[in-house]
Design a protein around this ligand. Structure first.
Ligand code: NDP
Length: 309
């Protein structure tokens, strides 16, 4: 059995020894050096040239090497008959939680104001906000968003979630679907976006959404840049309606020079580093899914391509 590692990144040298140790029965074939495309049974993929998967007529299962799969679902030439599984990874989730907590605490504890006071040489205490009265909303309460919601709630914040179906961690107040969106935003002093990028979620963080949020609120986007309408975010920050945006993702990446986010005093920008998939903790799931496929067992984290996640 042959497993194709198909990625334009240089991560093959990290994944190869881990996958080979876990599944010695699989022969690791590193793209683009594929002498016999018909011999490929499985593929583990990350950013690759669209259409590439068409070249492998006997492909049985495709695994993503990461959690965000919009670029793969968006490949019009993805072979429709081949099942596609995405990845969940406890190490990746832990990094996402850390990043989200940083943003929530930075806003809630007014650290940007204190940083400005320090630069001005001012010693100026501000009224201390109560944790339980700070309302945090997590848009997308799946694998990662659900864990973030629980971690933020664990610190005593007033947390709610929003998802398409209303599914979320047990005990979390949930809002669902289109009708729940604006009521959900109305109680977001901090909004954390952890949605997959799909046709339904692209551009969701727009002027209408920002206007529905309370004055002085903050937006943390750790999902995809395509969720945000950049000009609307800048306008909401400039008008004083929003106070802070922490953005790990942008569209495009990297942002072009001169883009308004680079120098905006209310925007904090990081280069898509909120978290990374860890081969050691993620690879077992790829191998388990291949073995499940071969044994006719259900696959874990099967992507619903009609929904796009
Ligand atoms: P999951 O598939 O586990 O969860 C997706 C969540 O989004 C679910 O709660 C789902 O709702 C909800 N959702 C999907 N579509 C809609 C919609 N139209 N309206 C409302 N809710 C919707 O994904 P993960 O938690 O694993 O990952 C989320 C995203 O995080 C990834 O797609 C990726 O883009 C991003 N990411 C970013 C990283 C970074 O470093 N910045 C690293 C890793 C991931 P329901 O359950 O009701 O169907």
């Amino acid at each position: 059995m042959k497993l194709l590692f198909l990625s334009e990144s240089d991560r093959a040298e990290i994944w190869r020894p881990v996958l080979q140790r876990l599944a010695p029965e699989l022969e690791f074939v590193q793209w683009p050096d594929v002498p016999d495309p018909a011999a490929i049974d499985f593929a583990a993929v990350w950013k690759y040239p669209p259409g590439e998967l068409k070249r492998y007529p006997n492909l049985k299962l495709v695994s993503s090497l990461g959690a965000g799969i919009d670029h793969i679902v968006g490949d019009p030439d993805f072979p429709a008959h081949v099942p596609f599984v995405r990845l969940t990874d406890p190490t990746l989730t832990a990094g996402m939680i850390e990043y989200a907590l940083y943003g929530v605490l930075r806003h809630h504890r007014q650290m940007r104001a204190y940083a400005a006071y320090q630069r001005e040489g001012r010693w100026k205490p501000l009224p201390a906000p109560a944790t339980a009265s700070c309302r945090v909303g997590v848009a997308g309460t799946g694998e990662i968003g659900g864990a973030i919601a629980q971690a933020v709630k664990g610190l005593g914040f007033d947390v709610a979630g929003w998802s398409r179906t209303g599914r979320g961690p047990e005990g979390l107040r949930m809002y669902a679907g289109d009708s729940g969106w604006i009521p959900f935003l109305g109680r977001c002093d901090v909004l954390i976006c952890v949605l997959p990028l799909t046709a339904a979620t692209r551009g969701l963080l727009n002027a209408r959404a920002f206007a529905a949020m309370p004055k002085g609120s903050a937006v943390i986007n750790i999902a995809r840049g395509g969720h945000v309408v950049d000009a609307d975010l800048v306008a909401a920050l400039d008008s004083g309606h929003l106070d802070y945006a922490l953005l790990d993702v942008t569209s495009p990446e990297p942002l072009p020079p001169g883009h308004a986010f680079w120098a905006h005093e209310k925007v904090e920008l990081t280069p898509h580093i909120a978290s990374l998939t860890n081969a050691e903790t993620a690879a077992p799931q790829i191998v388990d899914n291949i073995r499940s496929y071969l044994a006719g067992r259900p696959l874990r984290n099967l992507v619903d391509r009609t929904q796009g996640y």
